[in-house]
Design a protein around this ligand. Structure first.
Ligand SMILES: [Zn+2]
Ligand SMILES: [Zn+2]
Length: 253
């Protein structure tokens, strides 16, 4: 999506990994249109706890329980700080969840979310065929970028961040880099003020990392009608293919 971020990675080994959960019921509504069920999302990697990235989680949690009460808990990976914020989000009394340090438990006593605090640099084995690693980025405290590897492919998601050269290390040789691009370099100070990056900065990271392709996301409203200036700017510094995501965007790598 262009604004409120949720990305689904369909791995070659069959798993479906959710990167962020957007706000409201966007994941459920768009997921349904794309043939995805909330019960598909056993693993969620969280970039940070700004509402546009995580407020959809309680809706996904509720629908997972309705569709399949015996469902295994969703494994939620993120920084300690982000998971603490998610605990607050889930603990609203009307949700009927008991929240503890390990996650959330439903009224029937079943655990529905397990918190998996993750330190930057550590590899996390999500399933036998899928592993992930994160690095801290330059947005708010505890904000992370993620690299997901499966079947010889690597997808890297910047999360929200200002210019962050550490991302080039995380994204080294990746099949696909999904990088936020708030605006063009002309408005660089505006992007910096709100802790976001420009399309040129996203392109530079893609070039430094030597990724196979770059997809820009999380773009400012001013560019929704015409995204070409963003793509053109990224292409001016990165030699590979550049795309700009939109709602329900699907990309095969
Ligand atoms: Zn943010
Ligand atoms: Zn955001």
């Amino acid at each position: 999506m262009r604004n409120h971020t949720a990305i689904v990675v369909d791995c070659p080994t069959g798993e479906r990994i959710l990167l962020d959960a957007a706000s409201g019921n966007t994941v459920l509504r768009h997921g349904q249109a794309l043939g995805m069920s909330p019960t598909d999302f056993d693993h969620c990697l969280l970039s940070h706890s700004h509402p546009d990235h995580c407020e959809g989680l309680p809706h996904i949690e509720m629908q997972r329980g309705r569709r399949n009460p015996a469902e295994q808990p969703m494994q939620l990976y993120g920084s300690e700080r982000a998971l603490a914020d998610i605990g607050t989000l889930l603990a609203l009394p009307t949700r009927g969840l008991a929240v503890d340090a390990d996650g959330a438990v439903r009224r029937d006593g079943r655990r529905s979310i397990t918190f998996r605090p993750t330190d930057p640099g550590d590899w996390v084995q999500l399933t036998p065929g899928v592993r992930a690693r994160c690095t801290e980025v330059n947005h708010i405290g505890g904000a992370l970028a993620w690299r997901v590897e499966s079947g010889g492919h690597a997808v890297v998601f910047s999360g929200d961040t200002r210019w962050c050269p550490e991302l080039a290390e995380l994204a080294q040789g990746a099949t696909l880099l999904i990088h936020e691009a708030f605006c063009t370099d002309e408005d660089r100070s505006r992007a910096d003020n709100v802790a976001h990056a420009t399309a040129a900065e996203a392109g530079r990271i893609a070039q430094m990392a030597g990724v196979g392709s770059l997809t820009l996301t999380h773009i400012d409203n001013a560019f929704h009608a015409d995204t070409e200036p963003l793509a053109a700017e990224a292409r001016s510094v990165y030699g590979g293919p550049v795309a700009v995501a939109e709602d329900c965007w699907q990309q095969r790598v």
